[in-house]
Design a protein around this ligand. Sequence first.
Ligand SMILES: Cc1cc2nc3c(=O)[nH]c(=O)nc-3n(C[C@H](O)[C@H](O)[C@H](O)COP(=O)(O)O)c2cc1C
Length: 166
Amino acid sequence: METFKEITPEQITDNVFKLVGKEWMLITAGNSDGFNTMTASWGGFGVLWKKNICFCVIRPQRHTFKFIEENQTFSLNFFENKYLDALLYCGSHSGKDVDKITNSGLTPVLDGTPYFQQARLVIECKKIYFQDLIPENFLDPQISDNYPAKDYHRMYVGEIIRCLSK
Ligand SMILES: Cc1cc2nc3c(=O)[nH]c(=O)nc-3n(C[C@H](O)[C@H](O)[C@H](O)COP(=O)(O)O)c2cc1C
């Protein structure tokens, strides 16, 4: 299998709208004692507080939420299209109910922040901020349509501390 090479955030050439919105990512958090992953298609990258950052949003009922909360870091994992089935699986099954890592067929790398061997791009982030989204701040009323169960996301901002690319 092709090996990873460390790159800087500035060397990422992917279009973020395609990368996150169309190809999706696996948000992974935990450590060698326990970790979880879930598919996400909302989030992004940019610059904030003079740092290269990413942001993602996680609903509180996700099993992954507990791991993001309990750990200082998380990883965003991006894959070639041939891994779509694994992303669909991780986006429709909860680690609360099944051994989704084994069932996904993906191989975790458990040296530090967990990530996946099959990823083509891994962005490792250190949590530096979180905020629960509140409906009082929805300036566009249509945003509420995303929350029929009022399970508002918690937004995490992560400082990008390492990027691995194949
Ligand atoms: C394409 C796609 C995008 C998703 N994006 C998000 C997201 O941004 N935030 C979120 O909380 N859940 C998102 N989900 C839902 C979770 O991936 C899904 O509920 C998953 O089963 C949670 O797994 P867990 O309970 O093991 O954490 C998405 C699912 C899919 C299929």
